[in-house]
Design a protein around this ligand. Structure first.
Ligand code: SIN
Length: 270
């Protein structure tokens, strides 16, 4: 029997991802929000269809999760840096995040959540892949888990040239984080290195660090830890950056894909 009274939750895989129906994210009572939060902790990434969210309703939903995060460099909408623009079209030379990453993990306190609402999608393709870093951690040997448990890594961002002539909001962050972090809500351990931002493991020789990071990046990208979401106009995805990574596929050039992302601040990984 479903533990949820106010929402319907259909898992995409046993490991990660679920579609939630029966809700309008712009009109949530506390009981429904609490069920969404519980389902999110269980499935790590939630997907909602047919959400005609205004930017204000999108911001309000993000704020229910916590104070909003400002991206260091990405363009934003409505003069509000909390409303990050995700847009690719025939004039783009890149899409946002075609490599595996956890959002802005180079921040001292990386964002906990991202909520993406796509308004316009191409006729085919443009899926986003999500991977569980709990599953990546749990699949390691006990010896490797113990070894990684004592290590920290450097996360470095460099957005120079990434967003055209848009002026960055702040200095590009860098931070030191544990290689394995414990999720503050679930208490589960997750692998916390990603190809997008993690540059070096501290205390190892450069060749050792490169070899270990390459192994961990490959391991984290195993299809067994993933789900894949097919967008429609007005779909919403909310993901937990503390225990997932994601990658957006740019297979639809020259078509347009467009939406807004609201991101929620997190705490220092421990
Ligand atoms: C992002 O990292 O917010 C982009 C994800 C996507 O475009 O699917």
């Amino acid at each position: 029997m479903s533990p949820f009274e106010h929402i319907k939750v259909e898992p995409l895989t046993p490991t990660i991802g679920a579609t939630v129906s029966g809700v309008d994210l712009s009109q949530l009572d506390d009981a429904t929000f609490d069920e969404i939060h519980a389902a999110w902790m269980q499935h790590l990434v939630l997907f909602f269809r047919d959400q005609k969210l205004t930017p204000d309703a999108h911001l309000a939903f993000g704020r229910r999760l916590g104070p909003l995060h400002i991206h260091p460099a990405a363009p934003y909408a409505n003069d509000n840096p909390e409303l990050m623009v995700i847009h690719t079209d025939k004039d783009s030379f890149r899409n946002n995040c075609s490599g595996w990453h956890s959002d802005v993990s180079a921040d001292e306190e990386p964002p906990m959540a991202s909520v993406l609402h796509l308004h316009r999608v191409p006729s085919q393709g443009s899926d986003t892949l999500f991977a569980s870093m709990y599953a990546a951690y749990e699949a390691l040997s006990e010896t490797m888990k113990a070894f990684l448990g004592d290590l920290t890594a450097e996360h470095v961002s460099n957005y120079a040239g990434t967003y055209g002539d848009h002026k960055p909001q702040r200095e590009f962050p860098h931070a030191t984080h544990p290689v394995i972090r414990t999720h503050p809500v679930t208490g589960r351990k997750a692998l916390f290195v990603n190809r997008g931002f993690t540059r070096r493991i501290n205390g190892l020789a450069p060749k050792e660090s490169t070899a270990l990071l390459d192994f961990l990046f490959d391991h984290a990208a195993s299809p067994a830890f993933q789900c894949r979401f097919q967008w429609e106009a007005n779909s919403v995805a909310m993901w937990d950056n503390r225990c997932t990574q994601h990658l957006a596929i740019w297979d639809y050039f020259p078509e347009t894909r467009s939406g807004l992302r609201v991101t929620v601040t997190g705490d220092r990984p421990t």
